[in-house]
Write a protein that binds this ligand. Structure first.
Ligand SMILES: *Cc1c(COP(=O)(O)O)cnc(C)c1O
Length: 398
């Protein structure tokens, strides 16, 4: 590959620029758009070069389970956007979380996890990693003292999501990062709900960032993907070894789709956030709505903290309707446009009833403790007009 004038666009550029320019390495053909390298292996000039590649003495590509030029372009662009030294791409968001734990922890060690994390994350810790000797303690996302009290001599990682799903609790990233550092642990933040266009956890004090690229990074509901980001010395070798040997590699095609998704990340997040804010304000004034959970509203209990960490309130709004499950299902079933699906981060708005879907397997007491009532609905706001979204929700709320 030749180094062209647009190669290696670095972090001195603004986020809009990095989204379209970072990670570009043109081939001698001089293609303008990023190339898609659909190849499982790479050829060597001779036996000596093959040996040097396998020994790690020559940086070139070997086999796409290890890495691939298109995957690397995605890693460089996402790292630039997050302000991270390095990114390692994975086949999904869950593979990123698994890889982070497999790469950085061993049997007999301990992780402190926010009680408000993605359902599959909780299942991963409770049902799979527990069998391999990883000990987990769950604590409140909003009380840093609980995190400090949960630390043991064998604690390696803190793991949090902010804002949390589905009731939008905010984790104080700076406070947790400080507690983690004092204890010799690393703070991992799953930045799926915000993306780097809204929140950059490393700037705020996190050590490691996790992404489900399936959500806002692709942003159009097409492919699965994930990534782990952080300092090279912390993330690169453990995650690369995990991928080489465990195979949870991002496919070049998916990497290319997400790489192109990153080009519109900032404008999508700005537009979707603005619509979400308008929708949240409208819902808060609606007589059938008991409560709205949106970090951008002054009524959010952690509004000030959220606005210190995030550029906007984000594009996800949850709200409680009067009348419990029956009333909530009526709102879902009365929609004609908004998609009834559990996915989020799409340009198409989606609606979910968490108590009977994503959080349906939790015991009712656990749901209550997490604030997930029977009347709660979550809307992931897309790029449709505010008026059309209001019209679609108003039908079931009346
Ligand atoms: C979807 C999601 C994940 C898992 O990502 P996949 O790409 O579906 O594996 C992890 N964390 C959060 C917050 C998510 O929303």
């Amino acid at each position: 590959m030749t180094a062209g004038k647009h190669d290696n666009v670095t972090q001195q550029y603004d986020i809009e620029t990095l989204g379209v320019r970072a990670g570009v390495h043109r081939t001698p053909f001089g293609e303008h758009a990023e190339a898609l390298f659909l190849t499982s292996s790479f050829v060597f000039e001779n036996a000596a070069q093959a040996a040097a590649r396998f020994a790690g003495e020559d940086e070139g590509f070997v086999y796409s389970r290890y890495t691939n030029p298109t995957v690397q372009a995605f890693e460089e662009r996402l790292a630039a956007l997050e302000g991270a030294e390095c990114a390692v791409a994975t086949s999904s968001g869950m593979a990123a979380i698994l890889g982070c734990v497999m790469g950085l922890m061993k049997a007999g060690e301990h992780i402190v996890v926010s009680r408000s994390v993605f359902g599959a994350t909780m299942q991963l810790f409770n049902n799979l990693l527990a069998r391999f000797g990883i000990e987990t303690t769950y604590v409140s996302p909003t009380d840093p003292d609980e995190w400090a009290a949960a630390v043991r001599p064998n604690t390696r990682l803190f793991f949090a999501e902010t804002p949390s799903n589905p009731v939008m609790e905010i984790v104080d990233i700076g406070a947790l990062g400080e507690i983690a550092r004092r204890c010799g642990a690393k703070l991992v933040v799953d930045n799926c709900f915000c993306s780097p266009a809204i929140q950059r956890p490393i700037d705020l004090g996190a050590d490691i960032v996790i992404h489900s690229a399936t959500k806002y990074l692709d942003g159009q509901g097409r492919v699965m993907g994930g990534a782990v980001l952080g300092e090279r010395a912390v993330v690169k070798d453990p995650l690369t070894t995990f991928l080489r040997n465990a195979g949870a590699t991002l496919s070049p095609f998916n990497a290319w789709v997400v790489l192109k998704g990153l080009e519109t990340l900032k404008i999508r997040m700005d537009a979707q956030s603005a619509t979400a804010a308008a929708l949240a304000t409208w819902l808060e004034a609606h007589p059938s709505v008991r409560r709205v959970h949106y970090p951008g509203l002054a009524s959010h209990p952690q509004h000030a903290l959220a606005m210190r960490q995030q550029r906007t309130g984000g594009a996800i709004v949850s709200f409680e309707v009067e009348g419990g499950r029956e009333a909530a299902w009526k709102v879902v079933d009365a929609t004609r446009m908004i998609s009834i699906t559990a996915n989020l981060g799409d340009t198409k708005s989606t609606i979910t009833h968490p108590a009977s879907t994503t959080h349906g397997r939790l015991k009712p007491e656990a749901r209550a403790a997490s604030g997930i009532g029977e009347g709660l609905l979550r809307v992931s706001v897309g790029l449709e007009s505010v008026g059309d979204l209001q019209g679609d929700l108003a039908r079931g709320l009346s």
